[in-house]
Design a protein around this ligand. Structure first.
Ligand code: FES
Length: 147
């Protein structure tokens, strides 16, 4: 299978050349140089770009995507098995994020129209009730005065 130029990859993947250079800087795709010192991409990079765009659409950062690619192995083709692993992992992460967001949204219900942002009463302001676990009252004030 012959390698393709950056322009061909950009056209086929539906992204700009600048985007491909950026992805390469971030270690998401790789190229080699030909005898004329021009970048050449293995056609597998087409699938990588499709996976990157899909993952971004799902809310994953480029840093997270690069980490996932590293775990798969940088030279690995994203074949059916690897896609299965990636998509199952994404599903799990998205489910956790949705659960967290739903929990935050529910806590926000009590804040609507309030605005106290109290360390004592507001679960969004003090989600772990860190002061409440130490003691009630002016614990924070006493600790701060000793510094
Ligand atoms: S702002 Fe008052 S409870 Fe959150």
């Amino acid at each position: 299978m012959s390698d393709i130029s950056v322009g061909q990859l950009a056209q086929r993947a539906g992204v700009s050349v600048a985007t491909l250079h950026f992805y390469e800087q971030k270690d998401l795709i790789h190229s080699r140089r030909n005898a004329g010192n021009q970048r050449r991409y293995n056609r597998r990079m087409l699938r990588r770009v499709a996976v990157i765009k899909t993952a971004q659409r799902l809310g994953f950062s480029l840093k997270e995507i690069a980490e996932m690619f590293r775990e798969l192995g940088d030279d690995q083709d994203i074949d059916k098995d690897n896609w299965q692993r990636l998509s199952e992992r994404w599903h799990k992460i998205l489910t956790e994020r949705i659960n967290t967001l739903e929990h935050l949204r529910d806590e926000l219900n009590t804040c609507i129209g309030c605005g106290c942002l109290s360390m004592d009463n507001c679960r969004l302001r003090n989600p772990d009730d860190t002061l409440g676990e130490q003691a009630s009252g002016p614990v924070l004030w006493e600790d701060d005065s000793q510094r």
